[in-house]
Design a protein around this ligand. Sequence first.
Ligand code: BGC
Ligand code: BGC
Length: 446
Amino acid sequence: MPDRYDLPAGFRWGVATAAYQIEGAVGEDGRGPSVWDTFAARPGAVRDGHTGAVACDHYHRYPEDISLMKGLGLDGYRFSIAWPRIQPGGSGPLNPAGLAFYDRLVDALLEVGITPLPTLFHWDLPQALEDDGGWLDRDTAYRFAEYAAVVADRLGDRVPAWITLNEPFVHTVFGYAMGVHAPGRALMFEALPAAHHQLLGHGLAASVLHERGLEVMLSNNLTPVQPASSDPADVAAAEAYDVLHNRMFTDPVLFGRYPDLSALGVPDDIYGAVHPGDTDLIHAPGLDGLGVNYYNPTRVAAPTDPGLPFDLVDIPDVPRTAFGWPVVPDGIRQLLVGLKELYGAALPPVTITENGCSVDESADPDQPRIDFMSAHLDALAAAVAEGVDIRGYYTWSLLDNYEWAEGYHQRFGLVHVDFATQTRTPKASYTWYRDLIAGHRAGRPE
Ligand code: BGC
Ligand code: BGC
């Protein structure tokens, strides 16, 4: 059996974060409000009313955080750029202080030999754009491409590869269909125009980046879907869920067309959102790499609620993270081998842009995270051995941070953060990851 030391030479090791989850400083240096500031302020929206106003104070403490990254020996750092720092009103005038922050961050990373891998959109839409309809409004896609151009013009001389969107599936379903994330809309399937407009924004931004000679990736949350039984009704429900979670976001980009949406009861033109030529705009720029965020598989049964074409059910007999998510390391192999079978030559090289777990603060010495990461990396090596081209692994996350609707309750970091004092303390998984990176570079340890 291959293991993590068999991952190819030149494999890129990283960590991932996102702006709203770590930066804080939401009112500083001209940043405008985002949908997450608004949502987090809504009573009952986030556990214990936590907000990202301070988070890890990374906006001020980034030098210390980069030292921690240097200590890990990373190749790359995936972070996101806060659109409301760059264009506080969502369009038009630029905020020089916002651009200057990312300029300093990029330079500080390069100084210690870490390649910056920015994500342009990780859910913190400028509130001004949400007031005009947010991602339900087609114009947001065009505003996104303008924002991409501004940032690429400023940082593109030092940043070779870019991720356009983070997890359009989660943003659409949690933010627009179920209302459990910002912007808190609960439109069920009528949320799907927000998915199309994000993908259109991806395509337009990808053209902008390619015109500047930059590489483009798109990161989605993907899940291998398993039917609860071989009963045809369960199998059909699993196929419908696979369309919604995975194929709807990957087929247009890699194949240039949407999958059949009829099992979801959604019209082909997604309620009029898809205009002639749109799928070409999404597909034609091409993709230099597919970013895969993997956390867990999904088990699906035939619907019991007539409003939905599927039921999500528990995966029996598996360990759980502190968040309650099932731990199924082989799911990452199944997912990646499945992508290769489905997309064939259309599948670009893959980078794992997120994978990790929340662990209770009391867990000592952070062994569940070490077990999670080592098992997932071994399964990743198995996928490579089965012929999937995988270039790197960015674990979620460097620091304990603001876990969206869970506030500060889920701790995903290699580094513990005391949110009262902002003290950073590397956990056992930090040392483990550092040693793995060094060991992999040096060849298999004895
Ligand atoms: C899912 C994860 C997903 C997360 C988004 C969970 O319910 O199991 O796969 O990443 O939601 O926050
Ligand atoms: C997101 C992260 C999030 C992580 C754990 C993904 O859904 O991209 O922002 O913190 O998973 O839920």
